[in-house]
Design a protein around this ligand. Structure first.
Ligand code: MGD
Ligand code: MGD
Ligand code: MO
Length: 767
């Protein structure tokens, strides 16, 4: 018998086709102009032998090892019943809370979880731990932590970072030139958190090109803009965009091309920035020839682009990747400054945005409504860390650090519980993380698959996947609210987070607080009802729940009138939410923090690791760990397009012909990629369109240490985070710096150790 029902994933809405009780096919959402190929990988993922079939406990932990006596990741697991697992987990949560206080429970649990907003594992875990007394949370995200912390100081909002932002129809109609730092990478438009009904990045880029907007791809990678866009390619060295922007500003100021009225009326601090750009403050004029040395671009090209931008309506955008780098605050602040000099801010289709090529939905016209969400509960522990400071936290309990003007201390972590995220995917310098991971007494991981965190846990709880439960998919980046009907029964003994957490809450005596006496159906109705109430005053009327559920989705109409960011500010009817009410090209507040790694106006810092740094003598290749085209982070890695892309079972690494030839590397060879922090294997793909000296290894290959549990061993599969640096962008943003990473590469001679993560870890029968 065949059944078809609506569902959704971060990689798009779809119809689940079920035959004989199994997910057999996913049919893309009707009307989606570019459904991602990732959808096709779902049946194999849902029914994969890598599904966790029941709860497990690490053998050594069961025998009383609490202080990482045996390294996590090296020992077999022993099966547990759900009853026993429920008691163990509740017992540990209560013990740690009562002995060490709730802040020693680390429940940050960063990660993308599911598109379904009710069975969103991380949100459910937060509700459970908040009900039980509190936990240490994580603030901001890996995507754009630095931009998120910086932008409120200088433009008073984060909207311009993740929407609503400058809209594509306005760009098509008004911009003549669009400078895209980091390109517009269609690969990244396949996904958005919460799922999307329509994938429009290709469509809008095509329309912009057809409308005659001259597109410029400022990136080390030509493929960051598709061929059809006819873009000019400025192959910049990674990590040097701020220098380029400063030089563009130099030409504009030197030749008097700046919009003086805009600067005078709408900005503060432009004189100080000007003095720095012209070299009056530090004796270094940020001229095109100065920037040419740093960026690898020619001075003539830089000067010509500056004049062109000053001579026509120009739109600026920068990928989120630019701020996931050492001193990632600087390119973002300088992009705002450049847009201010050009004076197009607040006019339709010009000015600046971020991430227009980073995720589906950016710049697509839509009514500004929040997504349907599961309400959070207040966290009584009132404890948090900036998201990417996890290893620092584990290494230095009680240690002092600074963040965005605050003096803070790390909590003393005794228990970690991760549900819906993969720190062995997302975090940098995994060997350091692995060492620090030995410190807590207990680590609980809720997962659907045997991912690296599950393998490095003490207690493993098997979760259902999206198609095994009813839910609502929703994203503030998309105009559709998506009904997600349960399509199949839970696989193995997997349970919904909500159900097993309710049992754990019961054991902790807080069931009612956690469930609010609602079941799945009552929660979906309550969440939807809340959205109806919030949307109505914003002019969006939603049908009743039953009509929505039966139809499978609701489409929120495209607004009649587009949104132009900063118009009210430009016309003088509104001030910005900054200390001066203006765009701050110099920020007294940031200067007042006294951070030499993020002073009062944008500056050029030469990164410790880039192609111009002394480290490049030993590690001469800049590794960009970009988003994968074949999966979402670590999700769907063992199946579908991702599995098909592997080279001798290893993650493909793109390397230019000259860099490969210089190392005797041929297409399809296994290579060893290494630096002082670690090493991994990968499969060479010789690729054109790369700036020489730049190599690409996408994130997401499941971490597979040759010797499990031993920090420093070779990752045989190709996870770039064994190579990346773990350090905050600055004391202001404390964001991750994954893109600042130099490596060396050699042909791997000999027999490569086997990939082990393609099978479940060793399991022993219960004693
Ligand atoms: N080197 C480098 N590192 C990076 C980046 C980079 O550019 N370079 N990018 C960073 C960025 S921007 C991000 S956002 C992060 C992403 O990092 P993560 O979001 O942590 O990566 P995912 O693989 O999406 O992890 C989500 C996990 O949740 C699990 N999951 C899904 N549904 C459920 C569920 O219902 N229940 C439970 N219990 N689990 C579920 C999935 O199986 C998956 O393992 O990575 C960051 N890391
Ligand atoms: N298919 C797919 N799409 C995704 C994701 C996924 O896992 N898979 N992840 C999603 C998530 S969570 C996020 S946050 C977004 C991230 O979106 P982004 O941050 O935009 O993604 P990246 O792929 O890291 O970077 C985009 C491009 O920036 C270029 N780049 C890197 N460093 C530099 C630099 O220093 N200067 C310049 N000029 N260019 C540089 C790289 O060539 C890269 O192709 O992607 C989302 N989209
Ligand atoms: Mo992200």
């Amino acid at each position: 018998m065949t059944q078809i029902s609506p569902s959704a994933a971060h990689w798009g809405a779809f119809n689940a086709v079920v035959r004989d009780g199994k997910l057999s096919e996913t049919r893309p959402f009707a009307g989606d102009p570019a459904p991602p190929p990732l959808l096709g990988a779902m049946p194999a993922a849902v029914h994969s032998p890598l599904r966790i079939d029941r709860p497990y406990v690490r053998k050594g932990w069961l025998n009383g090892d609490r202080q990482g006596g045996t390294p996590r990741g090296a020992e077999p697991f022993v099966p547990l019943s759900w009853d026993a697992a429920t008691r163990l987990v509740a017992g540990e949560v209560a013990r740690v809370r009562d002995t060490n206080g709730p802040a020693s429970l680390f429940g940050g649990s960063y990660g993308w979880s599911s598109a379904g907003r009710f069975h969103h594992a991380r949100s459910q875990l937060h509700r459970l731990l908040a009900s039980a007394g509190g936990y240490t949370a994580q603030l901001t995200n890996y995507s754009y932590a630095t931009g998120m912390t910086l932008l409120p100081h200088i433009v008073g909002t984060n909207d311009i970072l993740d929407g609503p932002m400058v809209e594509w129809p306005d760009i098509c109609a008004n911009a003549k030139l669009m400078l895209c730092f980091g390109g517009i990478t269609l690969r990244n438009g396949q996904v958005n958190s919460g799922g999307g009904g329509r994938h429009e990045m290709r469509l809008w880029l095509q329309r912009a090109a057809d409308a005659g907007v001259k597109l410029v791809n400022i990136s080390p990678v030509r493929g960051d803009m598709p061929d059809f866009a006819g873009a000019r390619w400025l192959p910049i060295r990674p990590g040097t965009d701020t220098a380029l922007m400063l030089a563009l500003a130099h030409v504009i100021l030197d030749e008097g091309l700046e919009d003086r009225d805009f600067l005078a009326e709408h900005t503060t601090g432009h004189e100080r920035l000007r003095a720095y750009v012209l070299g009056e403050t530090d004796g270094v004029a940020k001229t095109p020839s100065w920037a040419a040395e740093i960026t690898g671009l020619s001075a003539d090209v830089i000067a010509a682009v500056a004049r062109e931008a000053a001579g026509c309506p120009t739109m600026l955008t920068a990928a989120w990747s630019l701020q996931r780098a050492e001193r990632g605050e600087q390119p973002y602040w300088m992009l705002v400054a450049l847009a201010a000099l050009l004076g197009g801010i607040g006019k339709p289709g010009t000015g600046f945005s971020f991430g227009m090529g980073s995720e589906n939905g950016m710049g697509t016209p839509r009514t500004k409504v929040p997504s349907v969400t599961l309400p959070a509960l207040p966290n009584p522990a009132n404890s948090f860390i900036p998201v990417a400071r996890i290893t620092d936290m584990l290494e230095q309990p009680g240690g002092a650090y600074q963040y965005n003007g605050r003096n803070l201390h790390y909590p003393d972590t005794k228990l970690i519980w991760w549900a819906g995220g993969n720190p062995f995917h997302h975090h940098q310098d995994l060997n350091r993380l692995l060492r620090a991971w030995a410190k807590p007494e207990t680590i609980i991981v809720s997962e659907s698959w045997w991912t690296s965190p599950a393998r490095h846990a003490d207690i493993v709880l098997p979760a259902t996947t999206t198609v095994e439960r009813n839910d609502i998919g929703s994203s503030s980046a998309d105009r559709f609210i998506l009904a997600m009907h349960q399509a199949i029964a839970p696989v193995g003994q997997a349970r919904n987070e909500f159900d097993y957490m309710a049992d754990i809450a019961e054991a902790l005596g807080v069931r009612e607080r956690y469930t609010q006496q609602r079941d799945e159906n009552a929660w979906l109705r309550a969440m939807y009802g809340r959205a109806q109430q919030i949307y109505a005053p914003l002019g969006v009327d939603l049908p009743d729940f039953d009509a929505f559920w039966a139809a499978g989705h609701v489409e929120i109409p495209r607004p009649a009138k587009g949104n132009v960011p900063f118009t009210a500010f430009r016309t003088g009817t509104a001030k910005l939410n900054t200390p001066t009410g203006r765009i701050e090209l110099y920020s007294e507040r940031i200067a007042g923090f006294g951070y030499d790694d993020c002073p009062g106006h944008p500056v050029w810092f030469a990164p410790q690791e880039y192609l111009g740094s002394p480290t490049a003598a030993r590690f001469p290749l800049h590794l960009l760990s970009v988003q994968p085209s074949t999966r979402l982070h670590g999700q769907l890695d063992p199946v579908g397009p991702s599995a098909a892309s592997k080279v001798q079972g290893r993650e493909p690494l793109s390397i230019g012909p000259a860099d490969a030839a210089a190392r005797g590397i041929a297409e399809g060879d296994i290579v060893r990629v290494f630096n002082d922090r670690g090493a991994c294997l990968a499969g060479a793909r010789i690729t054109g369109g790369l700036l020489p000296g730049v190599v690409l290894l996408a994130t997401g290959a499941w971490f597979d240490p040759e010797h499990p549990g031993q920090p420093g061993s070779l990752c045989v599969h190709g996870n770039p985070n064994v190579l990346t640096r773990d350090e905050g962008t600055s004391r202001l943003g404390q964001g991750p710096v994954a893109q600042s990473c130099l490596v060396q590469i050699e042909r791997f001679a000999g027999v490569a150790p086997p990939v082990k993560v393609s099978a479940p870890p060793p399991i022993e029968a219960a004693a």
